[in-house]
Design a protein around this ligand. Structure first.
Ligand code: PLP
Length: 439
């Protein structure tokens, strides 16, 4: 397989022949073929992976077992904001791992509080944070917080199922959305394909057409809604920005109904759009916001930021997690946050995003099968009039890692936020040549 023409190889050393340190080397050396065969034999087959085994990453580049180099415009699905093996992130991790990695939430630890302070202080509407381990878990926490807050707002005893039965409890989400894969978050997720085999899911959910104000008004005005979940920029759904008008309409409807407005910023948050939070592009604030993917630079983390009103509804014992907010991930997340929240860094993301969209729009102009190039900052979608899978494969064959979105007809680009302008230009060239040849 692959690559050769990628310019970035001149920028960084190719770590070919250094794939395992002596300390971590397995006793029987593995090859790509044996790793793939063992994956098929031992691991539950819930992922359709291509035949490539990655061993190393640096910045926006990755290398496979054969030393082939790839430019990573997927970032582990919008996770590796600082790219791979960022030295500042590594230094923090190493230092913290030497000190303390895990205590459970039975005790106070410093990094957890340091991160909480950073995130809350940077978010004007937020007063508190809750830690989880993934985006799905953060959304599950939001569901619980919203339902309990709605019971308290209704003046009923949340611990008494009889008196609490009449309180608003429905959770609204929208077509195209992705909120996770567990029974609550999955019930809020759009694609039937993800849901149907696992029915029945969490009851009490309502799926409305995205950006349809009338449908939202009719549903939320019924007074049964505890919360409305929306992604300020739909990621998995095909890179669709929600826009100010829709988010403002939801804000007003939620305020009138006493429902919580929840922004799922698991994919579009933390600098991805060129603003710290995706919703800052639209001037509308939520009552809760879920975060995850990029927050700890590649380690599992989830978080919910919330207003004091929501926080007041919760008390010790209401929710928890063994791993969430452990010192190791929180220390890493502090480093990621400090880098990404720098205004100059965010400006650069915005500029690189414009360069990416403008470059693609120019190179693909005239291709009738390309319907739109859209996005915000470094989350970019190319809408095709046909499936995008073959383009993803061809791009990988030429050393460019990209993914699909939407109904499989959108090319999704979510490069690391530290991607260089030269790498953007190179990615645009490789991808537009492939698209113009292929469709
Ligand atoms: N919410 C959004 C917007 C996502 O894009 C994702 C994952 O792609 C999730 C939630 C679920 O996050 P996780 O896979 O970390 O559970």
């Amino acid at each position: 397989m692959i690559v050769s023409s990628l310019q970035p190889s001149r920028l960084l050393p190719n770590p070919r022949n250094s794939r395992c340190s002596a300390a971590s080397a397995p006793s029987v050396p593995s090859t790509a073929a044996s790793t793939i065969a063992d994956e098929k034999k031992y691991i539950l087959q819930t992922y359709g992976r291509p035949d490539v085994v990655f061993t190393k990453g640096q910045g926006a580049l990755m290398w496979d077992t054969d030393g082939n180099q790839f430019l990573d415009f997927s970032s582990g699905i919008a996770v590796n904001a600082l790219g791979h093996s960022d030295p500042r992130w590594l230094a923090t991790l190493t230092e913290q791992a030497h000190k303390l990695a895990h205590t459970s939430n039975l005790y106070h630890t410093e990094p957890q509080v340091h991160l909480a302070k950073r995130l809350v202080d940077a978010t004007p509407w937020a007063d508190r944070i809750f830690y989880a381990n993934t985006g799905t878990e953060a959304n599950e926490a939001c569901i619980k917080f919203a339902r309990k807050a709605a019971k308290i707002a209704a003046g009923v005893d949340p611990y008494d199922p009889v008196s609490a039965a009449g309180a608003a409890s429905e959770i609204v989400s929208f077509t195209g959305s992705f909120h996770g894969r567990t029974m609550g978050a999955l019930a809020l997720t759009y694609k039937d394909q993800y849901k149907t085999p696992f029915l029945p899911l969490m009851p009490g959910t309502v799926m409305l057409p995205y950006k349809n104000m009338e449908a939202a008004t009719n549903a939320i005005k019924k007074g049964k809604t505890a919360a409305v979940f929306v992604e300020p920029v739909q990621g998995e759904g095909g890179i669709h920005p929600a826009g100010s008008e829709f988010l403002q309409a939801l804000r007003t409807l939620c305020d009138e109904a006493g429902a919580a407005l929840i922004f799922d910023e698991v994919q579009c948050g933390l600098g991805r759009t060129g603003k710290l939070w995706g919703h800052q592009n639209y001037g509308v604030s939520p009552d809760m916001m879920s975060l995850a993917k990029p927050l700890a630079g590649g380690l599992p983390i989830g978080a919910v930021l919330m207003t004091q009103k929501i926080a007041d509804a919760m008390k010790p014992g209401d929710h928890g997690s063994t791993f969430a907010g452990n010192p190791l991930v929180c220390a890493a997340a502090c480093t990621v946050f400090d880098i990404v929240s720098d205004p100059a860094f965010l400006d650069a993301v915005e500029k690189k995003g414009e360069m990416l969209r403008e470059g693609l729009s120019a190179a693909l102009a005239g291709n009738v099968h390309v319907k739109e190039v859209r996005g915000s900052g470094l989350i970019c979608g190319i809408q095709l009039d046909q499936p995008a899978g073959a383009i993803v494969e061809k791009a990988r064959g030429k050393g460019l890692l990209i993914i699909t979105a939407g109904a499989g007809d959108v090319v999704r680009l979510v490069p690391p936020l530290i991607v260089t302008e030269a790498q953007i230009q190179h990615g645009v060239k490789v991808l537009s040549e492939i698209i113009n040849e292929e469709v």
